[in-house]
Design a protein around this ligand. Structure first.
Ligand SMILES: *[C@@H]1O[C@H](CO)[C@@H](O)[C@H](O)[C@H]1NC(C)=O
Length: 412
């Protein structure tokens, strides 16, 4: 595993999204880069899985085909939201876990904020200001370092691979957009929280407690966990890639090596920051785009693996038919919801709306530009199947059923 020596940032967890890790689908990639498309197929051999030499390295990541999305849990000092890990980076390790760094000093861009905001990636920048933060507050240097050290080693981002006439730095914009999108599919904090593993100073965890929770929440993939003095500090989620970093498909894999955490006595201390409910960013005055106030009328839309899939009907069930307009009363930290049928409430883990239903108090969490419905503090919802046509499914809280998703509150 490669190490980032110069800067330490912390990471994430976004209460975001997708309880299950799966190959990113083309729909996830929509809008990832407004600037570039690679023209590469995403159905060919994944990186590090070829059995003979691949010649077009614009569409096949090599030698850095073992990709790690690394995240920090920084508590001393704390960085980022208290309910999220933060982004460290995306590193192109070689298939045998050795690695290269700083591969092209002529493209060691600085002024990453301007590069992003000048090239249609202000949303990405806003997200980075909350979730890709340097432990010493030196975000610009940290981002430039991550690009120069790791991004310039990616074969699919070489200048010769870009469409002619691409603006200088366009491939770095694509790099940051891809890292942010990938991170948003890896809500480490939420995955641990949903297994009852919350930051604490009064308890330690075994490595197998942590990895088995993450393995099951991610759909069966084991990350590498790194510790400093017995304190959990970093996680690496591993992938191979079909196609280009710009718009390719990330294929999750098990970590090929263990991290540095001991087998037991692992500390996972709380951060001192505030939770990411309203994520107003510092500097720039922009926000992540997530509304911080609760709309009074909204549809509740399901997001599964980054893609919209229907939402709630008046009975509180999940469907792809015409969605109910819900009335929301209260604030983002505490509100009730009613449909034309009556109160919405959670009883024995399932959601229903109707006359005679006892209203549940919900909360809303801003995440990745969405305002997500939370029950008992968790944004995870789950059903036995995915609706289509006239089929509807009961919505359960948590992630115990086959299909996991989040519910986004969309003002009407
Ligand atoms: C896979 O392709 C890369 C790039 O051409 C090459 O370096 C590597 O040796 C190939 N792997 C195998 C097993 O042939």
């Amino acid at each position: 595993m490669s190490l980032c020596f110069l800067f330490l940032a912390s990471l994430i967890s976004a209460t975001l999204a997708t309880p299950f890790l799966a190959e990113t689908s083309p729909a996830d990639l929509f809008g990832r880069s407004q600037l570039l498309t690679s023209g590469c197929s995403t159905t060919g051999t994944a990186s590090c899985r070829n059995t003979s030499t691949v010649s077009n390295l614009c569409c096949f990541e090599a030698p850095g085909g073992l990709l790690l999305q690394t995240q920090f849990w920084d508590t001393n000092p704390s960085t980022g939201p208290s309910n999220s890990w933060t982004i460290h980076g995306l590193w192109p390790d070689h298939c045998d876990t050795t690695f290269s760094q700083n591969c092209d000093s002529s493209r060691a861009y600085t002024g990453i904020s301007s590069l992003l905001s000048n090239n249609g990636a202000s949303d990405t920048l806003a997200f980075m200001r909350t979730y890709w933060v340097d432990i010493n507050g030196q975000n610009e240097q940290f981002w430039a370092h991550e690009w120069a050290a790791h991004g310039t080693c990616m074969s699919t981002l070489k200048t010769a691979c870009l469409p002619s006439g691409s603006v200088r730095g366009a491939e770095a914009v694509a790099f940051f957009q891809t890292v942010v999108k990938l991170f948003q599919t890896l809500p480490t904090y939420t995955w641990l929280a949903n297994a009852g593993i919350l930051p604490t100073n009064s308890q330690t965890f075994t490595l197998s407690q942590l990895t088995s929770a993450l393995k099951s929440a991610s759909g069966g993939f084991t990350p590498a966990l790194d510790c400093q003095s017995g304190t959990l500090n970093q996680i690496s989620w591993y992938f191979n890639l079909r196609g280009s970093i710009i718009d390719g498909v990330f294929v999750p894999i098990n970590s090929p090596e263990s991290g540095s955490c001991p087998s037991s006595g692992i500390k996972y201390p709380p951060k001192s920051g505030t939770p990411a409910t309203t994520t107003t960013t510092s500097g720039g005055g922009t926000t992540t785009g997530a509304p911080s106030s609760l709309p009074s009328k909204a549809t509740i839309r399901s997001i599964q693996s980054g893609s919209p899939v229907g939402g709630l009907l008046t009975a509180g069930t999940w469907s792809t038919q015409t969605l109910a307009t819900m009335t929301l009363s209260g604030t983002t930290s505490s509100f009730t919801m009613t449909s034309s049928r009556g109160n919405c409430g959670v009883s024995s883990g399932s959601l229903t709306c109707g006359s005679g239903v006892t209203a549940t108090t919900f909360s809303a969490v801003s995440s990745g530009g969405n305002l997500l419905l939370a029950s008992g503090g968790s944004t995870a919802f789950t059903s036995d199947g995915v609706p289509s046509g006239t089929t509807v499914y009961t919505v359960y809280t948590g992630s115990s059923r086959a299909q996991d998703y989040t519910l986004s509150i969309v003002s009407t």
